[in-house]
Design a protein around this ligand. Structure first.
Ligand code: COA
Length: 165
């Protein structure tokens, strides 16, 4: 299992991974089948993550296949550029192996190198595994976004969490 920065040649594998993740977990933003960028659009997005200093995308690779990722998206203005939002996801076969914690360590090191002050994220209220990971890593709850998502025919809350560095 290797964690490394994404490279241009990973774009197709990474797209297939994100689509598989949408199919296999119900805690990401998109419904299964909803994510449909063309290969070119996805390549463009990956290239942006490689070129822009305020963006980062780590992938988890197992036997040459992408099985997880973590992204950091820093703000683009002078006032919000010391904050980055975080998204993390692993295929279910790779849960509870300590990889989530390792990914957060990579994101935190990236953020500290850039002197960021704050990492933030939202997590669906009943995603107890992810909430436990974030708390374990020092994130604190800041509030509830009531009925912010509509999933499986019902409204669900998201919890806002952040860690000051
Ligand atoms: C959430 C997610 C990233 C966690 O990653 P992970 O690699 O399984 O977590 P780790 O193995 O690093 O766990 C670290 C600690 O977090 C806590 N934790 C993680 N998953 C947990 C779970 N399902 N239940 C309870 N505690 C959990 C534990 O304290 C754990 O330490 P321990 O294993 O020594 O007890 C992973 O489950 C995932 O990708 N889920 C699907 C997508 C998703 O929900 N993404 C988050 C969207 S906000």
């Amino acid at each position: 299992m290797k964690i490394r920065l994404i490279e241009p040649a990973d774009a197709n594998d990474h797209l297939a991974f994100t689509q598989q993740l949408d199919n296999e977990t119900s805690y990401m933003l998109m419904e299964p089948g909803e994510r449909k960028p063309t290969a070119n659009q996805h390549q463009h997005m990956v290239n942006e993550f490689i070129m822009k200093d305020r963006l980062v995308l780590f992938i988890v690779e197992d036997a040459g296949t992408v099985v997880g990722h973590a992204m950091g998206v820093g703000g683009s203005t002078i006032r919000n550029c010391r904050t980055a939002s975080v998204v993390i996801g692993l295929l279910p076969a790779y849960h509870r192996l300590g990889i989530g914690k390792r990914l957060l360590r990579h994101l935190e090191a990236w953020a500290k190198e850039r002197r960021l002050r704050r990492l933030e994220l939202t997590v669906i209220e009943d995603n107890t595994g992810a909430r436990a990971l974030y708390e374990h890593f020092g994130f604190q709850e800041e509030g509830v976004k009531q009925d912010s998502l509509f999933a499986h025919g019902t409204y669900v809350n998201e919890i806002m969490m952040a860690k000051l560095l």
